[in-house]
Design a protein. Structure first.
Length: 188
């Protein structure tokens, strides 16, 4: 389980696992060569016990990395981790994705008359940035992480796929968009 979590947060981890599998395969190959060149009782024992174990471990590593990559490439979401104080996006930037809070907390900040004003604090299970998926308007607020926060990122293309697959999500997101748009226009 820890190896899978590590693969989610560190793309280098899957490369390291593949390198480890290759090294184990080379060791098994070396044992096979040793067996062929010097067939003795000892090499028969070592090759017949260690060879299948090493090859089995290689196959498990390769299968795990392959399954992980397949699931990741066919997922609607990608994941990003933000540290406390780190900005997710700035007010005025063009947006092309929405964010769903997997864990942690963010604050939504609007700059008015040169002053920062926190207009909302969002927690696990909530989302933001959905206006970028529906309109081409720039971001209307800055969002920054309050504490270590893991966000699921949904791009525009995947958003359209999600709306087609899950009509209930469309209703919920449109309700939130309308509600937030009314709050924004009322405060201006």
């Amino acid at each position: 389980m820890n190896a899978i979590k590590k693969l989610d947060t560190d793309p280098v981890a899957s490369r390291r696992l593949l390198i480890a599998a290759q090294i184990l395969a080379l060791i098994a190959y070396g044992l096979g060569l040793q067996f062929l060149l010097r067939t003795t009782g000892g090499t028969v024992f070592v090759f017949s016990t260690l060879g299948p174990v090493l090859v089995g471990i290689c196959v498990l590593i390769l299968a795990g990395v392959t399954i992980h990559r397949f699931l990741r490439s066919h997922s609607l979401f990608s994941y990003e981790i933000f540290q406390p104080g780190e900005i997710v996006f700035q007010q005025g930037e063009q947006g092309d994705c929405a964010y769903f809070i997997n864990s942690g907390e963010v604050e939504v900040v609007v700059v008015e008359n040169g002053q920062e004003k926190v207009v909302a604090v969002l927690r696990e299970g909530q989302y933001f940035g959905e206006m970028a998926l529906i309109t081409s308007h720039p971001r209307n607020a800055t969002v920054r992480a309050v504490n270590a926060t893991k966000l699921a990122v949904l791009g525009k293309k995947n958003f359209l796929t999600m709306l087609n697959l899950m009509p209930s999500a469309r209703k919920d997101i449109m309700h939130t968009v309308t509600e937030r748009a009314m709050k924004t226009s009322a405060s201006q």
